[in-house]
Design a protein. Sequence first.
Length: 466
Amino acid sequence: MDNHSDAIVFFGATGDLAYKKIFPALQAMLKRGSLNVPVIGVAKAGWNLDQFKARALDSLEKHGGADPEAFRKLSSLLRYVDGDYGDPATFEALGRELQGSRRPAHYLAIPPAMFEPVLENLVHCHCMANARMIVEKPFGHDLASARRLNKTLLRNFEEKNVFRIDHYLGKRPVNNLVVFRFANTFMESFWNRNYVESVQITMSEDFGVQGRGAFYDQIGTIRDVIQNHLFQVLCNIAMEPPVRTDSESVRDEKVKVLKAIPNLEERNVVRGQFLGYREEKGVAPDSNTETFAAVKLEVNSWRWQGVPFYIRAGKHLPATCTEIVCRLRKPPAIFPAEGVTSNYLRMRINPDVAIAMGMTVMVGGETRIITEPVEMVASAQPTAEQMDAYEKVLSDALAGDATLFAREDYVEEAWRIVDPVLGKGTPLHDYEPQTWGPATVEELAPAGGWCNPVIDHDPAKSAQAA
């Protein structure tokens, strides 16, 4: 029996996410041959089908590049149901659109507060048989809300049919971290506590909240990117090799990483807010929301016990970049100590994709040995053939492949780690825009200091930074 979903029901189809991300992903899926089922938009906008199709075309023209032939095919798949999510009549109309569907996929790109009425009405209109539920993040705002959300979902669905989307996991460079680790023999020789001194993960953005102040002021950096995106990166680099490559085996290993991390303590957190944030539209004048955060974590597994993991993320920093730097222990001193630095492995996820090794080599000096740090870099630019993140995760969800989706236990473990410092009033430090956060972050710095990304890549600068 074909496991592929035979219809997509898209709640929140007239929203910003649909406009900027989902319609371009659907067109890309159609062009690649992974979409040939009805796409039923559901929203309360007072629209008809023609207006919905016009919105899709405008979305593609603004954000994806409309392909006339592809849009003609996509347009033929589009359906639209207008109505309130709490009104049973809306779901009766949806049931009529779904007649003949044996395995629909319901995509909830709506606020979590609306999940329960939508699920209840789906049950009443008999739209749930063999269905999949695709849920857009956030998956709660703390541990208690995440548990409530999971309870609501699992009251009507089995976990195997719930797909919690974090589009960050659809990014090819993020997935390449796992391939690079387990498909290269040399990695295993040093990827452990015997050789690794520390690991840093940095996600920096050179812009602010971009007019989304009202939204961001309710979230903050820890909730927005650390407990989801950057924990996923951490799991990819710290997990053990799965015994199989099926979704459950892979996700088992990721959950084990989170289970090995103790709850975050206040002394291992630095929060910052860029000067001028409180003047942003929608931001409270006395806001205590962080736009920068740095945390220190321990992974108490056999492989990583004793190795500190540092994560930092923020807005209005000097560069937009996401990268990991694994600093290795120094070798015993033979040559002049001032010229020998720690070796390191640097893996960049964006804006370019790079894997680099920092090392020490001999330079000049006919009468005595002189050394200097250098960096060997392998770099690549994304190609047009690569899937966009939303195209990847939506394609996988329709095919029933849950590998890239957060499981119930993963979501709750991630919130469990950060929950002790959420809403605790940990100190908030100001920082100037276009700097690397508040000065107090140096108190949490790893041995050797933070490794600040260099965007206009200069190997010498990168080597010095590491």
